[in-house]
Write a protein that binds this ligand. Structure first.
Ligand code: CTP
Length: 213
């Protein structure tokens, strides 16, 4: 049997406003890196497309460093055709500046209006025509299950891993979280207070349907 190729995305993207500033989010990349390492440990070939994080590139994994959503999309689409599994764990910035400034924007004692446009939805593009199993992630602040179910369907995913941003809790980084995992066949499982390493094992077990060695 051919060794499966697993494509994982992780971390935030950065959208440039000017040469010294960007829009981004708090993602640390922990979840995506845990999934990539677990897949490697199970004997898969792994390609990790990652935004800027402080985690070191894991050994035995082809790691591609990107900054913007456009760069992530390019790298992901160039590998997706060869992939057997895609895990889209990155926190892709939904917006980018319409016109990033070429030189540093100077303050002028008045409000600054920044015009933003939507980034492409990489996961949705991945769901359109595919020969791989596709797993998406969702972070919500309200109506978690309803919105996760909508994303599972509208992005044509096999599975979605959703967690809620609870006020006052540390969601990003290496801590224990609650998630709900839903698949396209109607299964719905809730996991409470698990590390991302433990969740990575559960997610791969479910996605693979069996353990690959
Ligand atoms: N995603 C993506 N490209 C984007 C935005 C999100 O591929 N431009 C992927 C993420 O990697 C994640 C999934 O879509 O796997 C859900 O991301 P999330 O930010 O929760 O949802 P959105 O689809 O962006 O919708 P919204 O922010 O409105 O909830």
């Amino acid at each position: 049997m051919k060794t499966p190729l697993v494509l994982v995305t992780a971390g935030p993207t950065r959208e440039r406003i000017d040469p010294v500033r960007f829009i981004s989010n708090h993602s640390t990349g922990t979840f995506g890196y845990a999934i990539a390492q677990e897949a490697r440990n199970r004997g898969c070939r792994v390609v990790l497309v990652t935004g800027p994080v402080s985690v070191k590139s894991p050994p035995g994994i082809k790691t591609i460093h990107i900054e913007s959503a456009a760069e992530m999309q390019k790298a992901v689409l160039s590998w997706a055709g060869r992939a057997d599994y895609v895990f889209m764990a990155a926190a892709v910035s939904d917006w980018r500046a319409v016109k990033p400034a070429r030189t540093k924007i100077k303050k002028a004692g008045r409000r600054l209006l920044l015009e933003l446009e939507e980034n492409p939805d990489i996961l949705k593009t991945l769901g359109k025509q595919r020969n791989y199993r596709l797993v998406g992630f969702a972070l919500e602040t309200a109506r978690l299950e309803e919105r996760a179910a909508e994303k599972l369907k509208s992005k044509n995913l096999d599975m979605i891993v959703a967690n809620k941003l609870v006020k006052g809790s540390k969601l990003f980084g290496d801590n224990k979280i609650d998630v709900v995992i839903m698949d396209r066949y109607g299964s719905r499982c809730i996991y409470k207070s698990l590390s991302k390493g433990r969740l990575a094992k559960i997610i791969l077990d479910k996605a693979f349907g069996f353990n690959i060695k």
